[in-house]
Design a protein around this ligand. Sequence first.
Ligand code: HEC
Ligand code: HEC
Length: 149
Amino acid sequence: MKTQYIKALLLLCTAAGLIQSATSQTIEKQASSPPAPVAISGANAKPVNLKALSKDISAEDLRILMQSYTKAIGAPCGYCHEENTQTKKMDFASDANPMKDTARLMIRMTNDINNRYLAQLGDRRYAEPLTCGNCHQGHTSPPTFEPKP
Ligand code: HEC
Ligand code: HEC
């Protein structure tokens, strides 16, 4: 009787231990999962003020595109977007920063170069479309071309 009781107790302890290690594993897993992308307020919401890009663009594709802009011109989001002075957060839908309209012009220009001009070359299936980075090379003003001596 007594040994049976101890056996049952041992079994219980092992089971409890297993459950505990399983739970702590899940917690560890959660903790080690990659951190969420930098919290950008308003950046994950459905865009409300698109005038140059397609209005059908998903929030995720827009985020990727915007990140490509920062890399292409070597400047942060705030170079084109306005910070709300009260909340100290970016107000991405605002047009208060004039650089945003300059960028809109650039978007239209780049689209025109690709769709109106380069498209006339005919079969461009294997050619990459022209991007902001082709000209800007990581600078706000495209660097001048330095021919090899
Ligand atoms: C080179 C300038 C530029 C940079 C840098 C830039 N953006 Fe933008 N962003 C724009 C322009 C221009 C628009 C509006 C496009 C349009 O009118 O179709 C826009 C629109 C947006 C919108 C949609 C707002 C709305 O509701 O209409 C979000 C969100 C956004 N940007 C987030 C970001 C984030 C996040 C970054 C930094 C990772 C960033 N942007 C960097 C130029 C820029
Ligand atoms: C064909 C080349 C070319 C392409 C493509 C291009 N740009 Fe430009 N961009 C320029 C030139 C040239 C200027 C003027 C630079 C100056 O005045 O110093 C400029 C200026 C700008 C400026 C103003 C910088 C400032 O500080 O005044 C921004 C912002 C900008 N471009 C963003 C973009 C974005 C975003 C894209 C892609 C959607 C893009 N550009 C595509 C050539 C290009």
